[in-house]
Ligand binder design. Structure first.
Ligand SMILES: *Cc1c(COP(=O)(O)O)cnc(C)c1O
Length: 392
């Protein structure tokens, strides 16, 4: 199985067939499991084997199939699936850290990730230092002998700034700190977080893994030691488990994740290339365009530039709103990685909670629009975007 390519493994790995020999993976929609005897129940609570289950908050066969498949794709020993991406971020950090620990984090983060690092961890006595993720000297100065972990988004939401994971991991590992990454924008298809030095790779499966806007889900990928001894004890007792139905949707999502992500990234590059320099745009960022400030890093770290393009419409909020409202195919929403193309105005939605100064520091201006490129025809999308820009 190990010499199969990722596309083959994404279709087959982890499948556990029941005695009925079903083709599609079964949905084990059950909270609990029965035991043949009291002795068997006792034994299972002492040690649970790979094909044994106790309660769906701890594990479930459909959830396990998804965990095994994503761990295999990511190249990690194990994985723990969660109810959402945020349950995964929270579970990995809270499972690992305790009062008095020190963490260094990139400051350009998804709003809810920032909330966990800035408000939740600090409330429980964890010290967090924020740095500009693209500034390696800032990482070098912030990581200390007693730093327990570093946290970053490999590609930041929504600015698409790319962190040099290899270099940050080297800095962190030199001090014995664990490297945890939120790899949503790089996707399990284009990013190679483990190869580049990450110890723990976290996904919101809500995004590209489902890829069709149906279910919330998340997953933590890492060593058996981290997953079973650090993440699982916290998660199984605090209730962040993924539902078997959602796990099934994610499992089926993995079968098409390569096809979808590659098609979406091809369109994203085509759209970004065509729009660069447009007279209604003050800025455009796409990691695989040479104009991107971390172009070299992005080329080394990711097989494509991803499925998201960051635009800044000239004329601030009013111009951006006019653009959004004029779009006909692309719809206004706040998800990403979906088969439907979606636009978001971060300053008034996902990043509304931040102060003007915080938004400035992250490079989120009032004209900024995050475009998540879907599976529609790229020519149709470009025509729609171009007509909407003409109305600005
Ligand atoms: C969406 C997102 C999350 C949170 O995922 P949910 O499934 O919505 O909880 C975390 N990090 C990044 C980068 C995201 O885009």
């Amino acid at each position: 199985m190990t010499d199969w390519s990722p596309r083959t493994r994404a279709v087959h790995t982890g499948t556990r067939r029941s005695q009925y020999g079903e083709v599609a993976e079964a949905i084990y929609l059950t909270q609990g499991f029965v035991y043949d005897s009291a002795e068997q129940a006792e034994a299972r609570f002492i040690e649970t084997g790979p094909d044994e289950f106790i309660y769906a908050r701890y594990g479930n066969p459909t959830v396990r199939m998804f965990e095994d498949r994503i761990a295999d794709l990511e190249g990690t020993e194990d994985a723990f699936a969660t109810a959402s991406g945020m349950a995964a971020v929270n579970g990995a950090l809270c499972g690992l850290l305790k009062a008095g620990d020190h963490v260094v984090s990139a400051k350009a983060l998804f709003g809810s990730c920032l909330y966990i690092l800035e408000e939740v961890l600090t409330r429980y006595g964890v010290e967090v230092t924020f740095v500009d993720g693209t500034d390696l000297d800032a990482w070098r100065n912030a990581v200390r002998d007693d730093t327990k972990a570093v946290f970053l988004e490999t590609v930041a939401n929504p600015t698409l700034e790319v962190v040099d994971l290899n270099s940050v991991a080297e800095i962190a590992h030199a001090k014995g700190a664990l490297v945890l990454v939120d790899n949503v924008f790089a996707t399990p298809v284009f990013g190679h977080a483990l190869r580049d030095g990450a110890d723990v790779v976290i996904y919101s499966a809500t995004k590209h893994i489902d890829g069709q806007g149906r279910c919330l889900g998340g997953v933590i990928c890492g060593t058996k030691e981290f997953i079973r001894k650090t993440a699982e004890p916290y998660l199984k007792h605090t209730g962040g488990a993924l539902s078997p139905f959602n796990a099934w949707v994610m499992l089926k999502g993995l079968e098409t994740v390569h096809l979808r992500c590659n098609a979406q990234a091809t369109s994203a590059l085509e759209i970004a290339t065509a729009l660069e320099g447009h007279n209604k745009l003050a800025k455009l960022a796409y990691p695989h365009l040479p104009s991107h400030p971390q172009y070299e890093v992005a080329k080394r770290q990711m097989d494509t530039g991803g499925t998201v393009v960051a635009l800044s419409v000239d004329g601030g909020k009013e111009a951006a709103f006019r653009f959004l409202n004029a779009l006909q195919i692309v719809t206004i929403s706040n998800n990403l990685g979906d088969s439907k193309s979606l636009v978001t105005h971060p300053a008034t939605t996902t990043h509304q909670r931040l102060t003007d100064a915080q938004r400035d520091a992250l490079g989120i201006d009032d004209g900024m629009v995050r475009l998540s490129v879907g599976l529609e025809d790229a020519g149709d999308l470009l025509a729609d975007i171009t007509q909407a820009l003409a109305q600005v």
